[in-house]
Design a binder for this molecule. Structure first.
Ligand SMILES: [Ca+2]
Ligand SMILES: [Ca+2]
Length: 95
């Protein structure tokens, strides 16, 4: 039981998914500052079909904003990607 991640995806597919998740979120960086604000996160979670995108955005900021600037920047986005995996959000990437 020491291994909580029972991944069904092979390693390579998992990392491909990671970068697609990142790409997805960065599409919502509408002001192009390279960071995701609460507002931008909200739009991203809405796009994922979250019923409470605003709460999700707040949760993500409070958990993953390591430097407390109120934004999710690139390395913080890695933690968000893990969170997305844990949550099992369904990404329908066909590209
Ligand atoms: Ca931004
Ligand atoms: Ca930050």
């Amino acid at each position: 039981m020491g291994h909580p991640k029972a991944k069904t995806l092979p390693e390579s597919a998992a990392s491909a998914t990671d970068s697609k998740i990142k790409d997805y979120f960065m599409k919502f960086d509408t002001n192009r500052d390279g960071k995701l604000s609460k507002q931008e996160l909200k739009m991203a979670f809405r796009g994922l079909g979250s019923r409470a995108p605003w709460l999700r955005a707040l949760l993500v900021i409070s958990r993953m904003d390591e430097n407390r600037d109120g934004y999710i920047s690139d390395h913080e986005l890695n933690k968000l990607v893990e969170f997305i995996h844990q949550r099992g959000y369904n990404f329908n990437f066909t590209a």
